[in-house]
Every structure is written in C-alpha cells, then in structure tokens.
Design a protein around this ligand. Structure first.
Ligand code: NAI
Length: 452
C-alpha cells in the first residue's frame, strides 16, 4: 500500500535531511535510547501517533520510536511551527507519514489530526493535548479485569483497537488533562512528560528563554540592549526569558498574578508591576503564562508607539488578537512574521505625551500572529535541550508498554528514577562527572540521630 501523507513539498526533502542530521548529532541521550530500542524493539507491533511541533528534533524522536519497532505517524501541534523541509525529509528519507503544512488553516489542522488517528494508535503523544481531545470523541471502553485495566477505542467507522496511553509535552497540555481528570472526563492514562524535572527545568527555562529571544531577533533584528522587556508570567519559561533578555542588556519588568512567583522575580532583580503600569514603559512585550487575555485590547491601545508584542505561551489566546484585528485602522506585513497595526491613540495618552499630540494613530507590531514566537519565527528549542525532553517522551512510550494493563485513567508523572537516569546520561554525554555519596553519608542522610 502506498504511504498516505500531506505535506507542502516533497522536493524539500534533501534540505530537511541535512538539518535532521545536524540536530540528531546534538542529541546524545535520545540517540543512546535509539540504539537500545533498535536491539530491544519495545514497540514491535504497536502504532504511535504523535501530534508535536514538526521540527528536526521531533524527526529524531520519530526515528527513535520507529527503530523501536513502532509504526509511527506525525501531525503538527501548531499551524505555524511546521518546518516543511523536515516534514518532506521524514516522508522521503525516513518513510514516516507526516500530516503537516506550515501555515495550515484550522480545518486542515484538525483534518491532519484525524488522519493521524486513522492509524489506530496504541499510544499517542501530544504537545497541547489536541490529539487526545480528538481521541475522546471516539467511544473509549475501559474493561477492568481484576486489578488490570484495558482500554479499547471504537471509532466512528466501527473499528476497534487497544489503547495503552498518551504522553503530554507541555504545561498547557498538562493543565488541560488535569482539568479533564478533575471533571472525570479523562478516559485513558496519561503521562505528564512536562512534569519531569529533566523536561521543564531545562526545556521550558533554557529552551524557551533562548529560542524566544531568537524568534524576536530573527523577526525584527532589533537590538535587545537598552530596550525595556515586559515578561508576563514568571514560571519556568518566564524565568528563562527574563534571564536571557537581562543578559543581553534589556531592562526587564515582570508581571505576575502569583505572589510567590512575583516575589521571586523581585529578588531575582527585576521590576514587578501590573501590566497596566508596565504598558507605558515597555518596548517589547512577551507573554508566557498559559493564560488567556494577558494582553487585552485595552492594553494594546495604551502601549507606546512602536511597541513590539509577542507570545511564547502554548496557545494564541494570550494576546487579544481578534479584538486587535477589529479595532485596527489598517495592517500590513512589514517583515516576515511582523505585522504592523495602526490603532487609534487614546485621548488620555495624547494628553500625557506631548510628542504624539498631533498624531491620531500609532503603530504597534505583533510577531508570528501571536502564536509561539520561538516556533513561528525561529526553529524552536535547540537540539541539546530537546534531547532530554524527547528522551522523556521515548521513555514514556516504553513505560506504557511495560505498565500494560495496570494504569488507570489518570495523569501520571514518570518515575523519578527515569528522570535521574536522563540527567545522568546527559552529564555523561557532556563529559561531566559528579561526586557520589559515601556509605557514611548515605547512612547520615537517612538518620535523625546526629544533631548539634
Ligand atoms: P508555569 O506554570 O511554570 O508559569 C506560568 C506563570 O504564568 C505562572 O507563574 C502564573 O502565575 C503566571 N500567570 C498566569 N496568568 C497570568 C497573568 N494573567 N498575568 C501574569 N502572569 C500570569 O508554566 P510554564 O512552564 O512557564 O509555561 C508557560 C506557557 O508556555 C504554557 O502555555 C506552556 O505550555 C508554554 N510553553 C511554551 C514553550 C515554547 O516553546 N514556547 C515551551 C514550554 C512551555
């Protein structure tokens, strides 16, 4: 049977292949898992559907799962994050079906998810929980055989197959899945890969920190030094972004809604204030909260002329884009991934700022349509950091195979042992050794007897 796929242009395959090889050479932890999978074939006879950003690092994850014996299929987890050359290379050189086109509309995006589910996956992988949500539109039966649970999917074509579980890559996806669990609508077991220390400590912080700046620079080519950056959200991603922008000479203002995180930002040396106050200071605004309407249309109307606005949170709901489209007098793409909006100056602003007294309108600039700027305008996280995230994904799939029948429809975390193993492998690959506990130290750390 000929392979089904839907990509932009198969002729981009050779360029994509070289890029995948470059990324692969920087992912030693995942590569070591790939070598083991090649021998052990843990996924023999199984199908895995992944809904992830179609990047070169994801390509290496797909190759790893395939080398473990799985039949795999990939669809995009965001309409703007697909690298068309990577998609073409996966189809042409790795014989892995891909359903993803950069810039696809919402209808095509969901058609692609449906195509991924057509392979009747035993395991799914998500970045944002869209695929697992689609799977929940099917009938899911959970037959309990004594202590064991078996999950059976029945789709609209009356096809039925066994399901082992699903893994989730990002904070927003885990939030959605926990909400499903809380409301008792989650019908299958899920692994929150994002919650592994070797994922969010590094990917969210150092990966998002660097690649968000990369996206802003590639889109705008602005000088970071001397600019005032407003970072909305001081979580794992926000910490990384604030640190990297500060390191490049920006003045950083943090906005938060959590008092502990806000305090942490203060003590890390940033200015903290509500968004409403930050508006008059910011040159560049970046949202990384996982929340909606963090920058409202009212905020946009009160920003400085020339302000640049971007989002690095998972969904494009952090900036009120639809409202901006509604109030804008005009818009034009001034550079790739940079849209200039002309909006009316507020009367209060005209009064307070003599410079704009004669101007009825101002210009603000939105990057990457308000979608993840690091993927829309750059290439996402560096391979070195995805090495650990995707090692966790590969091991999550293996975990489901090993747990077969003993997991419930709940959100699980990968065992700490796996986390420590991934960190150990990464250190080894970096040529770094660390101290080990002596017998006496182990005993001391497990005892309460020695005090003052
Ligand atoms: P987190 O939960 O560690 O941090 C989010 C922070 O935003 C929290 O401190 C929260 O208090 C704050 N927050 C929530 N609503 C807010 C509001 N209205 N104003 C200001 N602060 C607010 O989450 P994490 O891991 O930092 O992820 C943030 C987002 O970034 C999620 O959507 C996640 O899926 C996404 N993400 C994006 C990546 C990328 O490649 N761009 C990579 C990893 C995560």
């Amino acid at each position: 049977m000929t392979m089904q796929y839907d990509i932009k242009n198969i002729k981009l395959a050779d360029r994509g292949k070289k890029k995948i090889e470059w990324a692969t050479s920087r992912m030693p932890v995942l590569n070591s898992i790939k070598e083991r999978f090649k021998k052990e074939k843990p996924f023999k006879g199984l199908t895995i559907a992944a809904c992830l950003h179609v990047t070169t690092e994801t390509a290496n994850l797909m190759a790893t799962l395939k080398s473990g014996g799985a039949k795999v299929v990939l669809s995009a987890s965001n309409p703007l994050s697909t690298q068309d050359d990577t998609a073409a290379a996966l189809v042409q050189h790795y014989k892995i079906p891909v359903f993803a086109i950069h810039g696809e509309d919402s209808k095509t995006y969901y058609r692609h998810l449906t195509a991924a589910l057509d392979i009747q996956p035993n395991i799914t992988m998500d970045d944002g929980a869209d695929l697992i949500n689609e799977l929940h539109k099917f009938e899911i039966q959970n037959s309990k055989l004594q202590t064991n649970s078996k999950f059976q999917i029945l789709n609209s074509k009356n096809e039925s197959w066994e399901f082992l579980g699903s893994s989730e890559e990002t904070t927003t996806g885990v939030i959605r899945l926990r909400a499903m669990e809380k409301h008792r609508v989650l019908k299958v077991p899920v692994l929150a890969v994002n919650d592994s220390d070797t994922k969010h400590f590094f990917d969210n912080r150092y990966g998002t920190g660097q690649s968000t700046i990369d996206g802003i620079i590639r889109a705008t080519n602005i000088l970071i030094a001397g600019k005032t950056f407003v970072v909305a959200g001081y979580g794992w991603c926000g910490r990384g972004l604030a640190a990297r922008s500060k390191g490049m000479g920006a003045h950083v203002i943090v906005t938060e809604i959590d008092p502990v995180r806000a305090l942490e930002a203060v003590m890390d040396g940033y200015q903290v204030m509500p968004m409403k106050k930050a508006l008059r200071h910011g040159d560049v605004f970046v949202t990384v909260t996982g929340d909606k309407s963090v920058i409202t249309v009212d905020h946009l109307q009160h920003m400085k002329d020339g302000a640049i606005i971007a989002n690095s949170g998972h969904f494009d709901v952090e900036i009120e884009m639809k409202e901006l489209e509604r109030i804008a007098k005009s818009k034009r793409e001034i550079r790739e991934n940079v849209v200039e909006y002309q909006i009316r100056n507020q009367k209060s602003e005209i009064r307070n700022n003599p410079k704009i007294q004669n101007s009825k309108f101002k210009k603000i600039y939105v990057l990457g349509e308000g979608r993840l700027v690091n993927l829309a305008a750059a290439e996402g996280h560096p391979s070195e950091v995805m090495d650990m995230s995707f090692a966790n994904q590969a091991l999550a799939a293996e975990w489901f195979v090993k747990q077969k029948g003993t997991v419930k429809p709940k959100v699980y975390r990968l065992p700490q042992k796996i986390d420590r193993n991934v960190a150990g492998l990464k250190l080894k690959a970096m040529g770094i050794t660390i101290d080990r506990l002596s017998k006496e130290q182990k005993k001391y750390l497990n005892s309460w007897k020695e005090g003052t």
